[in-house]
Ligand binder design. Sequence first.
Ligand code: NAD
Length: 268
Amino acid sequence: MTRIAIVGVAGRMGRTLVNAVQEDAGATLAGGIVEPGSSLAGADIGELAGLGKLGVAAVDSLDAIADDFDVLIDFTAPQVTLANLAFCAAHGKRMVIGTTGLSGDELAELDGYHGQLPFVFAPNMSVGVNLTLKLLETAARALGDEGYDIEVIEAHHRHKVDSPSGTALKMGEVVAAALDRTLKEHGVFERVGQCGPRDPKEIGFATVRAGDIVGEHTVMFATEGERIEITHKASSRMTFAKGAVRAARWVADQSNGRYGMQDVLGLG
Ligand code: NAD
């Protein structure tokens, strides 16, 4: 049985993760962490998640539950996640990280932990999205250098703080890698005013932020006469949460290293 603690347990994903752990026969809820000084410290995490009392009180520091858990699931913010990686490396824990919006420097810092603990880092934990990444690789290889323009379009709820989404960037990276391109050179993240005709090799990104959209991604391959669109739509955060719990069970048996959902799902 994998003992799981959830950091950011009062957040949108945190509350959903409590539900997903409770539903998983191979995992047990070992703790929940809220922000230091939060008035929610001491609250029952089952009640926070709308499940009724589970007998596990939220704490506001990892130290308080250091002996209680094996794997930490973290869907918070970049600097919080990096601090938690240091804690888990020092205490022999494993991690599943869903936090997005890390800068280049923050990603390099995260990567530096690959020899210190086993951890899964993925901008999207849904099984469907990870299969979609495989489909995109195939489509890009067949179409990308044959006159098809590639555009990535994503939509999320009004509270999302980073843009484009980590998933949209991952989709762009997969397509770029399949075509020997890079997002640094070929990614186009803004088109305003007289920006001229499209470069055939560019990979464009467009972002929608509105209402309560959980997460929608489309990659379009368009040429004269036809257009192929590969779309994934998440209708509930439970899809990400279930993937994260599956990753936690999986990473419990791995040796030190940085892994992705493709590894967890055996699609690597
Ligand atoms: P949210 O704002 O609802 O939740 C984040 C929570 O983290 C908040 O409750 C906040 O209080 C808490 N927090 C902040 N600092 C903390 C600290 N030091 N200790 C403990 N808790 C702390 O946001 P959300 O919608 O749940 O998303 C969180 C992150 O997960 C974002 O980066 C989002 O993009 C990402 N996300 C990833 C996936 C995926 O599949 N990988 C899916 C959905 C969201």
